[in-house]
Design a protein around this ligand. Structure first.
Ligand code: AMP
Length: 311
């Protein structure tokens, strides 16, 4: 019962209508790992520079995330992303991307990471994602994320989609990959590349799951204070994949429940800057919000029991 994630570990500079931070811990693999760590054992694979300090490592340690495969390039600088959100918090405006040590990132997976039950390929170059997937033939379920920065060739992205089980993207990315404005036609076209599941995220409007057997839509939690949406997508993916990793089988039913856990975790992430909120989260809060989702969606499910069963 473990889960490996490959992706960025970063320093972010963020500006939202509610505040500003110059240099805080971020990165797709970071947000994902933190979120998933509430459900299962997580191995993070990435790269950082010599500027990554004990304070940053402590966040991973607090959640027992295995960072053995996070390479340290002592004379290099950690990946840096600067983003801004206006009042429409669904759209991140990238102001600066400094790949730094991420530019030559060549993920090296230990046997432990390769032997995980589930694998999440967070945002990196699609051919690199494909290579990582090929290093892990025994993994039961592989999910993939991508973003406009890395979609320089849709063809490359499609070749990578063909070797995974699940794709987790936003609606604009789905339209771009399928070259199709209608989201349902786009989903059908993308599913036909051989996916078992496709998750399309729509920020504050929730997320939709497409499988061969069904369609399931989850609203976002109705928050009145959204502080910083950075990492919401990765936090969603962490809750989704973490929950699946804690289950015996991946079925339409567990996938639907995973959608709820993804939404629960993402709703916490946006309440404070960066990793602050999820880092300090408790299981009681997760359980309470899961119950709220059940009330909101009439989603009739068993209570969240990982704290004792999957620890
Ligand atoms: P999201 O879940 O989409 O909001 O992801 C936000 C995280 O992605 C931030 O913490 C950034 O450090 C990271 N990020 C931004 N741009 C890139 C990129 N081009 N490649 C990998 N990670 C990125």
């Amino acid at each position: 019962m473990s889960l490996t994630v490959v992706g960025s570990v970063a320093f972010d500079a963020l500006e939202t209508p509610f505040g500003k931070r110059d240099k805080i811990l971020g990165g797709a693999a970071t947000h994902f790992s933190l979120s998933a760590s509430f459900f299962t054992q997580v191995n993070a694979v990435g790269v950082v520079g010599g500027d990554f300090s004990d304070d940053e490592w402590a966040v991973f340690q607090r959640h027992a995330i295995n960072t053995d495969d996070v390479e340290i390039v002592a004379d290099g600088k950690t990946f840096f992303w600067r983003g801004r959100y206006d009042y429409d918090m669904n759209t991140a405006h990238t102001l600066d991307t400094q790949l730094n040590v991420f530019e030559t990132f060549d993920p090296k997976l230990s046997e432990n990471s390769k032997n995980a039950k589930l694998l999440f390929l967070a945002n990196i170059q699609p051919t690199l994602q494909k290579r990582v997937r090929e290093q892990c033939p025994g993994v039961e379920f592989v999910a993939l994320d991508t973003m406009n920065y890395w979609i320089t060739s849709v063809k490359e992205v499609i070749e990578t989609i063909k070797v995974v089980d699940c794709l987790i993207i936003n609606d604009a990315e789905a339209r771009q990959i399928a070259d199709e404005p209608n989201i349902h036609k786009a989903a059908k076209k993308i599913m036909d590349y051989g996916l078992k599941a496709l998750v399309i995220k729509r920020g504050e409007y929730g997320a939709t799951l497409f499988t061969n057997d069904g369609y399931f839509a989850v609203p976002a939690y109705p928050l009145e204070r959204v502080f910083d949406p950075t990492g919401a997508g990765d936090t969603f993916a962490g809750g989704f994949m973490g929950y699946l990793a804690s289950q015996d089988a991946i079925t339409d039913e567990t996938l639907r429940r995973a959608m709820i856990y993804g939404s629960v975790m993402a709703s916490f992430n946006v309440e404070k800057f960066g990793t602050e909120r999820v880092d300090a989260l408790g299981y009681d809060e997760i359980n309470e919000r899961f119950r709220d989702f059940k009330r909101m969606t009439h989603f009739d499910e068993i209570p969240f029991e990982k704290a004792s069963s999957a620890a």
